[in-house]
Structure formats: structure tokens, C-alpha cells
Design a protein around this ligand. Structure first.
Ligand code: 5AD
Ligand code: SF4
Length: 460
């Protein structure tokens, strides 16, 4: 399979594309930019000069949706001055709120769900005639496999590669299975091809993206059987190896792993290749088994601890990060205390922490009461943030005096004389730039740290 480079028609049509939410949404925006480039749209960072404004939206928590609504109100103000401006929403909110945004609140002209981006040119033609246009159909097959994304806001060094779409896990708190549809994997060849192409373009790191990368399967049925014996089959461990073999100077990361599905095979492949970064994002959500069951996560505290032990055994230097939700339905003080004890036990390098936000249609909305008061959700959140700060700071202090290799990504925000990069464990390291170039690998001695950042000095 070949990747189709979008031939850009020259024209004055300007697209302003704003993205919210997860990395997957940002990767999708790059597909959208490629599809619309073929129609003569150039992206702009200035919404004032755009003829089309698209917002790629997120529904994961209520506040994400609120932010998008505020942006829509803002762009509708611009539309009063420029009535020809077309405004559309893409992504997860499209499916959820199509009629409300289109008909009741009249905030948008165009609503396009995550599996319907190929339809964008036709839908834009429709709205050019003053009509409204919608396509929120979810697909069982769409992976945009052969579309070569146009890299937006790129540093030219690191890029995302989407390897699968949708999710079949049905965690009880999560809206993703409803907004992004059924899980499907992308053609292995197109993934390896995209990684190779990126390397040739000067990129030095790719992050393989999926809601649950461990369930990647190509030519393998859901039950684990080979679908077509005449063709090669590929699981996630094998995919990871294929991408690692593209070039030893191309780093490989991936996100997100699921504790119930992460195999030792994946860990052994990670250990085998230096260019597969030693970092795993392994969302735990809660440290209590009863709570995990209410969350429908498919593992117990003990199972999760076993997966952590496997990572430590197979890759002693691997960093581990996580996601945690506080105040999910019925969370008792004891359950919360179990989350804290697990955090202390694992000593995560990094964690994303959230208050539970009830989402329509989810299992939790139908089955459980959202009964933890906001103030308690908040105080529990603050408590775990405090613990994580201590963990992060301790982990960073452990790096002092060590030497690590970073891939240089850009200039530090604070000074033009400093660069920053990431080490294999995904820690950000800032250092005086010397002769180092963006996109090169630098060996650094770690000399200082905060809870968020390491400071280093170049060594020969
Ligand atoms: N409320 C709060 N956090 C949520 N997440 C997913 N759904 C919700 C929700 N309803 C968090 C989970 C997930 C991350 C991407 O977002 O921790 O791993
Ligand atoms: Fe949501 Fe669970 Fe799927 Fe992640 S694995 S996207 S939390 S349903």
C-alpha cells in the first residue's frame, strides 16, 4: 500500500483548525488537513483570515465540551462581521451533540464525526450553498490508512502515527466507545510505510497511537485466530518490532497501553530494541479492586501490580505513567486510600489525574449514581496531585548525576541559548545548547531538577 501525498491545489481558501483532547484527535486533524489540502485549503494560524473554521472536539469530560462551546460562541461573533465564514465541528462532540448545535443553538454549519472526514469536501460544497451539513456515521472499517497526514504545528522531529481507531472496552465511565465507535486496526504496511517516510523527512521519533494499542491486530480475529492464512498476521508486539526496525535512529513510543491486555511479549520487544523508548503509559484509574470492577476495567489491583512487576523485571529502567480518576460513583474513603497506597507503591514518574465527570449513555450513567459531592471529588483530587508531585520530584532526583541520551526537540521557552529534549523515559531535559542541533541526539549529564523538568550539561 502506498501513502498518497496530497497534491496541494493553490488557492486562497484558508482553513483554521483548532484541536482539543487526546493525541488521537490531534492526529486526526492532520488527516483532515490532508483531505482539505487536496481541495485547495491552506491551513492558517490566524482565524481572522479563514474562510473555514473547524474545531476538532473532545467529549471525555464535561469541561472539555464547555470549552468548545465557548469557542463556538467566539467564532459566531466573528461570523457576524464575516457572514461567509463557515464553522464546523469535528470529532467526539459531533456525534453527541449534532442536532443541539446545529438546530437548537445554531452555532455551526457543519457537523462531521471522526469516521466521516473523507466526506468533508462534499459536505463543504453543501454548506457553501447556505445549507447545513451533517455526517456522523461511525464505520467498522475506516482507518484513513493510505492518507498521508499534513503535519500541523510540527517541530519536524516527533510525529504521531495512528495505528487503530475506536475502542471496544466499555469502561463504565468512558464515552469514547460511543463517540469513536468500534475498534479497528490499520493496515500494518501503511504504518511501517508512514514511519519510513517520516524518517526520510528528518523525523526522529514516532508515537504509535490507539485507545488500547495492546489489542492491535492485523489479519487476526477477535478470538485470536488467523483470518486469512495466505497473509501475514501481526499483533502489537510484532508491529512494534517492525517499526523499531525502520531505523535504529528512529525512536518509537506508543500510547495507550491497557493493563488487562499488555503482554510480556510487548515488554520483551521493548527491552530488545534501544530505539523503543523505555516508558509505558499504563492507566490504572483506581487502586481498589471493587472500584475497578464498577469501572469495568477487566483487572484487579493484584493483576495490575503483577503487570508493574513484569515491567520492572524485564526493563528495570522503564518509566511508568498513569491516569487516575477520583470520585467515581460510590467511591469510599477506603477505596480512595487504596489508590493512594498504589501510587506510593508504584512511584509513577508522571500521572494525569481527573475528577469523575458523568457522561451521557455510558454504563455508569445508566447503572450508578454520581453520588460523590463535588467538594469531595476536588479534595481527593488535590490529595493525589500532592502525592504525585512528591513522586515525580523523587523520581527526578534519582536521575541526578546520571548520563542520558535525549532527542533534541526545540528551544526552551525560557532562553534562546537553551534547548530541550526528552530522554528515553520521556522526561524533559533542558540544557545549554552548545553546538547541538534540533533533531539530533545529545548525551547529557543531569545536574539539577524540579518536579517537572531535568536540567543537564552536554558531555562528549
Ligand atoms: N471522567 C473523568 N475522567 C475520565 N476519563 C475518561 N472518562 C472520564 C470521565 N468520565 C479519563 C481516564 C482516561 C483518560 C483519557 O481520561 O482516566 O484514561
Ligand atoms: Fe475509554 Fe476504557 Fe476505551 Fe480507554 S480503554 S478509551 S478509558 S473505554
Amino acid at each position: 500500500m502506498t501513502l498518497v501525498e496530497a497534491p496541494v491545489k493553490t488557492g486562497a481558501k484558508k482553513l483554521y483548525l483548532e484541536s482539543y483532547g487526546c493525541a488521537m484527535n490531534f492526529a486526526d486533524s492532520e488527516i483532515v488537513a490532508a483531505i482539505l489540502a487536496k481541495e485547495g485549503y491552506e491551513t492558517t494560524r490566524n482565524s481572522e483570515e479563514a474562510s473555514l473554521v473547524l474545531i476538532n472536539t473532545c467529549s471525555i469530560r464535561e469541561n472539555a465540551e464547555q470549552r468548545v462551546r465557548n469557542r463556538l460562541i467566539h467564532f459566531n461573533g466573528t461570523k457576524k462581521k464575516n457572514p461567509k465564514l463557515m464553522i464546523g465541528i469535528l470529532g467526539c462532540m459531533a456525534e453527541r451533540l449534532k442536532s443541539q448545535l446545529l438546530e437548537e443553538e445554531k452555532l455551526v454549519d457543519l457537523v462531521v464525526g471522526p469516521d466521516a472526514y473523507r466526506d468533508l469536501p462534499g459536505l463543504i460544497d453543501e454548506i457553501s450553498d447556505g445549507r447545513k451539513a451533517v455526517n456522523v456515521l461511525l464505520s467498522r472499517e475506516e482507518t484513513y490508512a493510505e492518507i498521508s497526514p499534513i503535519r500541523l504545528n510540527s517541530n519536524g522531529v516527533t510525529a504521531f502515527i495512528s495505528i487503530m481507531r475506536g475502542c471496544d472496552n466499555m469502561c463504565s465511565f468512558c464515552v469514547v466507545p460511543f463517540t469513536r465507535g468500534r475498534e479497528r486496526s490499520r493496515d500494518v504496511e501503511s504504518i511501517v510505510h508512514e514511519a519510513t517516510y517520516l524518517y526520510e523527512q528528518g523525523y526522529r521519533e514516532v508515537t504509535l497511537l490507539g485507545q488500547n494499542v495492546d489489542s492491535y491486530r492485523w489479519n487476526i480475529s477477535k478470538k485470536g485466530e488467523i483470518a486469512d492464512p495466505s497473509k501475514p498476521s501481526v499483533n502489537f508486539a510484532q508491529l512494534l518490532e517492525k517499526v523499531a526496525l525502520v531505523n535504529p535512529k528512529l525512536r518509537v513510543r506508543f500510547s495507550t497501553s491497557h493493563p488487562k491486555d499488555m503482554t510480556d511479549d510487548v515488554l520483551h520487544i521493548m527491552a530488545k530494541y534501544d530505539n523503543i523508548c523505555k516508558h509505558i503509559h499504563l492507566p490504572v484509574q483506581s487502586g481498589n479492586t471493587d472500584m475497578l470492577q464498577r469501572m469495568n476495567r477487566g483487572y484487579t489491583r493484584g493483576w495490575y501490580q503483577d503487570r508493574i512487576a513484569a515491567i520492572r523485571r524485564i526493563m528495570p529502567t522503564c518509566a511508568i505513567s498513569t491516569d487516575i480518576i477520583t470520585g467515581f460513583c460510590g467511591e469510599t474513603d477506603e477505596e480512595h486510600a487504596d489508590t493512594i497506597s498504589l501510587m506510593k507503591e508504584v512511584g509513577y514518574e508522571f500521572a494525569y489525574m481527573f475528577k469523575y465527570s458523568e457522561r451521557p449513555k455510558t454504563l455508569a450513567e445508566r447503572k450508578y449514581e454520581d453520588d460523590i459531592p463535588e467538594t469531595l471529588k476536588q479534595s481527593r483530587l488535590e490529595e493525589i496531585i500532592e502525592i504525585q508531585l512528591t513522586n515525580s520530584h523523587r523520581r527526578n532526583r534519582e536521575s541526578l548525576g546520571q548520563i542520558c541520551e535525549v532527542l533534541v526537540e526545540g528551544h526552551s521557552k525560557k532562553s534562546p541559548d537553551e534547548l530541550y529534549g526528552r530522554n528515553s523515559q520521556n522526561a524533559v531535559v533542558v540544557f545549554p545548547k552548545g553546538d547541538q542541533q534540533i533533531g539530533s541526539y545529545a548525551n547529557l549529564l543531569i545536574t539539577d531538577c524540579t518536579s517537572a523538568t531535568l536540567m543537564g550539561q552536554l558531555i562528549d
